[in-house]
Design a protein around this ligand. Structure first.
Ligand code: IFM
Length: 447
């Protein structure tokens, strides 16, 4: 008998929702359904960008297999399915005429969720920027923010009658810093000026999309931010200062702009000179009122100072157990993060953990995967979420990343985050022990 998660629904407040998540490029198969090309297609087609040389053209073929995948979500007892809509699929050129096949796909997908009693939680942008917009500078170009609002309006007109919650953008830090400063994701740039502009324009796109969604009558609007609590790698003043700079860039930049209409001064030290002229005037749009905030949490980061230009920092070694991504396992930091957010930024605003989970070196044996490490990880983080609730945080739900193994961006198909194993040759789905443990938790007797 595999290990259990020693919790059930009665350990959480009434109405607390449980879900699992995927994103379009990671599961659908961008090669299907006349989708337009995106900067992830061209990034992945560039040698040396994706560890195993793979791309998302077929991915999990969720495009054709979504019914079976949603059966798995429903059979586990989840309330909610968090998914994203590919901008390139529905608007192949980023603006202008939509691809009807793409819109039909999302119609069918949402209807299939509702038919199974699943609540659709939609994220508009989870990283596949249409190539036509990338050609014009992508997120470094202000026009992209306005084009995004057009995409948001289109989706609200089409799905607004059935979608429960709307997130504008998934993980703005990844869209901007990871992709334009570290060069790790599409478009693979390493340029502080492009980074600063992308950070600002992603926030602006969020605010403009909030307006567009509201104008179309869509309700329950939010954004999904990722956080990585920053600790000094040692006790030196230089490491403390490096951790504070990382905290400003990663943890405070977007949440402060979106909830308080200002950027942290210690982030502006390095980014300010590169922001577009008149950026201050956009902060009123960037800080449009949210109905909820999504929190993606996986790990914390230890930092130390590094020579060279701002921000002059690098990662210090993890302490203790890590996941297959090399990420330190630190459930207690989730409690601290949620209380820090509620006390400093979001107050009574409902919070959701919109992603949490781990990559593990899963091995298929005798037709199953005994991923006990993932079960322990989920149990510990669910306990950490409970501790935050007990401390007064208005946490309303918890979503596991991911339903199934999928295209893990620059790591290709080698890093497995799923509750469900995917054989990337046959595309066969096999629920892992963690899927069964979560099912027992969600369907278990109260008390
Ligand atoms: O797979 C990603 C997802 O697309 C965004 N959040 C983090 C996950 C794990 O790296």
């Amino acid at each position: 008998m595999s290990p259990r998660i020693p919790l059930n629904r009665s350990d959480f407040p009434p109405g607390f929702v449980f879900g699992t998540a995927t994103s379009a490029y990671q599961v659908e198969g961008s090669g299907f359904g006349q989708a337009g090309s995106s900067h992830w297609d061209s990034f992945a087609a560039t040698p040396g960008t994706v560890a195993d040389g793979s791309d998302g053209a077929r991915a999990c073929d969720h495009y054709h297999r979504f019914a079976g995948d949603l059966d798995l979500v429903a059979a586990a007892g989840f309330d909610l399915y968090r998914f994203s809509t590919s901008w390139a699929r529905v608007m192949p050129r980023g603006t202008g005429a939509p691809n009807e096949a793409g819109l039909d796909f999302y119609d069918r997908l949402v209807d299939a969720m509702l038919a199974r009693g699943l609540t659709p939680a939609l994220t508009l942008y989870h990283w596949e920027l249409p190539s036509a917009l990338a050609d014009r500078g992508g997120w470094a170009n202000r026009e992209t923010a306005h084009a995004f609002a057009g995409f948001a309006a289109l989706m609200a007109r089409r799905l607004g009658d059935r979608v429960w919650s709307w997130a504008t953008i998934n993980e703005p830090w990844c869209v901007s810093w990871l992709s334009h400063f570290e060069g790790h994701h599409a478009p693979g740039l390493r340029d502080i000026r492009a980074t600063a502009r992308a950070m600002h324009h992603v926030g602006l796109a969020h605010g403009l999309a909030m307006d567009a969604l509201r104008a179309e009558g869509a309700a329950n609007l939010g954004v999904v931010l990722n956080f990585e609590p920053a600790l000094p790698g040692d006790d030196s003043p230089a490491s403390h200062a490096a951790a504070a700079r990382h905290d400003a860039i990663y943890n405070r930049f977007f949440v402060q702009a979106m909830t308080q209409g200002r950027y942290p001064p210690d982030a502006l030290e390095g980014l300010g000179p590169h922001l577009p002229p008149g950026w201050q005037a956009d902060l009123a749009t960037i800080s449009r009122p949210l109905d909820w905030l999504g929190v993606n949490y996986y790990t914390l980061k230890r930092l130390r100072a590094a020579p060279g230009p701002w921000p002059g920092l690098c990662a210090a070694p993890a302490q203790g157990a890590t996941t297959d991504m090399g990420w330190e396992i630190a459930p207690q930091a989730l409690t601290g993060l949620l209380t820090w957010l509620a006390r400093g930024y979001t107050g009574a605003l409902p919070l959701y953990v919109t992603e949490n989970g781990m990559a593990a070196r899963d091995v298929m044996r005798a037709g199953g995967v005994q991923d006990e490490d993932r079960i322990a990880y989920l149990a510990a983080h669910l306990q950490a979420a409970r501790a935050a609730i007990a401390a007064g945080v208005p946490l309303r739900g918890y979503v596991i990343w991911s339903l199934m193994d999928n295209f893990e961006w620059a790591f290709g198909y080698d890093k497995r985050f799923g509750l469900v194993h995917v054989d990337f040759n046959s595309l066969q789905r096999t629920p892992k022990a963690s899927y069964h443990a979560v099912t027992r938790m969600l369907k278990g007797a109260a008390g």
